[in-house]
Design a protein around this ligand. Structure first.
Ligand SMILES: NC(=O)c1ccc[n+]([C@@H]2O[C@H](COP(=O)([O-])OP(=O)(O)OC[C@H]3O[C@@H](n4cnc5c(N)ncnc54)[C@H](OP(=O)(O)O)[C@@H]3O)[C@@H](O)[C@H]2O)c1
Length: 419
């Protein structure tokens, strides 16, 4: 019999208890032994959880209980769960977590402490999709050439509604909050940070890259307007918030931002709250993983799978997928050196000579224009909608700065990278 203590019995923790109860027969057969939740820890003891387990508000009740084999951390946050998980590992207990924020900052320290003690975190990336298992085990024979995916269901839901139903950003954000998809403070989702945490976890497993959120390019969807969506449609693109990891010789670029992606690409067709991640291996080619990236049951499905795995073997494969450092270690490509095609929306005063000056600034920054459209806008202004050939990120950033300070450019130009 394996005994589990769950720290955090909220949306996911409640589903973990229910799945272990509802599917106990099949789980016990798969694990080779029974699995029982002994204690659950919460903050507020007055809430009725409707669960038949012991509930406490003291984390020590789990950490000091010698009978508990596996600590499941589902409380959220970064530093507090870090302390809790460290203590659990140091007392020899296996750990399962769904906490991507914790791992985005502390995964290497935790791997060092865990050593041979099982530490599993399948639910931390793309909820119910077994992407960590796929990368760490199923694709371990490959050099991973790229990972590209929709890793935040809230943003994908919002972009889908804006594209298919013409709903404005503010309206759809409010609706996403009402539906419980977006947090009351939605910055974490729409600012790209949640997707970035997941990308960093995948980058460790695929490439052994030890980066933190502040080391990589992170942008959200908060500047996308209906005009950009119309441009995308006209030129056969969808706009998606993507997490991208790409190997280029001995460097890996890591970035999260809104992307214009050709409509016939598989990822472009993923609508609503679903997640999808494409992984390209040098031997296997392209593989695609699709499913629910959040929600109590979907996320708990991955948490329980980790518990079963530990019950079976009692130990983890190397937590981050590498048993020793790789020769010819890969390094993070500086953001300034990323190359891409770009789309720009520049709102200008509608007067003579403007186009010539803009074109000159493009040339001076070594950026070549692929398409240019001019659309009338409010108050005698016009929107220039421009797509470029492949250019360097530092050149684009420099050009945007120069454009921003011209007296006939009315706002900071909007830029979306084209994948
Ligand atoms: N929800 C999803 O779809 C989803 C998907 C993937 C990953 N995750 C991750 O899973 C984790 C849990 O998410 P969730 O949605 O289940 O969160 P949640 O519903 O807010 O539940 C958090 C639970 O932790 C308890 N808690 C918080 N701080 C505590 C403390 N100091 N001491 C004791 N208990 C404490 C809360 O107690 P009270 O109930 O008393 O407030 C609550 O039971 C997070 O790391 C999240 O990022 C969630």
């Amino acid at each position: 019999m394996i005994k589990v203590g769950i720290i955090g019995v909220g949306t996911v923790g409640t589903s973990v208890v229910q799945i272990l109860r509802d599917n106990s027969e099949v789980i016990s057969a798969r694990a080779g032994q029974d699995i029982e939740v002994k204690i659950g820890v919460v903050k507020n003891l007055n809430k009725d959880r409707g669960l038949d387990i012991i509930i406490t508000d003291n984390i020590d009740d789990v950490l000091n209980d010698e009978e508990i084999d596996i600590v499941v951390e589902l409380m959220g946050g970064i530093e507090e769960p870090f302390e809790v998980v460290k203590r659990a590992l140091k007392s020899g207990k296996a750990v399962v977590t769904a906490n991507k924020a914790l791992l985005a900052y502390h995964r290497y320290e935790l791997a060092d402490i865990a050593k041979d003690i099982a530490f599993e975190y399948e639910a931390s990336v793309a909820g119910g999709i077994p992407i960590i298992n796929a990368l760490r085990d199923g694709l371990s024979a490959n050099h991973i050439l790229s990972i590209m995916g929709i890793m935040n269901g809230t943003c994908n839901y919002m972009m889908t509604e804006m594209t298919n139903n013409g709903v404005d950003y503010d309206v759809i954000l409010k609706e996403a909050q009402e539906l419980g998809y977006a947090e009351a403070d939605p910055t974490f989702d729409v600012g790209g940070y949640d997707a970035a945490h997941k990308l960093l976890i995948l980058a460790s497993i695929a490439y052994g890259i030890d980066a933190k959120p502040e080391d990589i390019l992170i942008e959200g969807i908060d500047n996308v307007t209906s005009e950009d969506i119309d441009f995308a449609k006209e030129f056969g693109y969808a706009i998606k918030l993507l997490g991208i990891a790409k190997k280029d010789e001995n460097e890996v670029e890591l970035r999260v931002h809104a992307c214009l992606i050709k409509k016939d690409e598989m990822i472009a067709k993923i609508d609503g709250v679903m997640n999808a991640i494409s992984v390209v291996g040098d031997k296997v080619g392209e593989t695609l993983y699709y499913g629910p990236g959040a929600g109590g049951d979907a996320t708990a499905s991955a948490v329980v799978a980790n518990i079963i795995d530990i019950a079976r073997s009692g130990k983890s494969t190397p937590m981050l997928g590498f048993d020793k450092p790789m020769e010819g270690k890969l390094t993070l490509k500086p953001t300034a050196n990323i190359e891409s095609k770009y789309y720009l929306r520049i709102n200008v005063s509608d007067k003579a000579g403007v186009l010539a000056q803009i074109t000159k600034i493009f040339e001076e920054n070594n950026i070549s224009v692929e398409t240019m459209l001019q659309r009338p806008s409010l108050n005698k202004s016009a929107n220039l909608l421009i797509s470029t050939h492949i250019a360097l990120e530092k050149n684009i950033q420099n050009m945007i700065k120069e454009l921003e300070f011209l007296d006939f450019v009315n706002n900071r130009p909007m830029m979306i990278r084209i994948v």
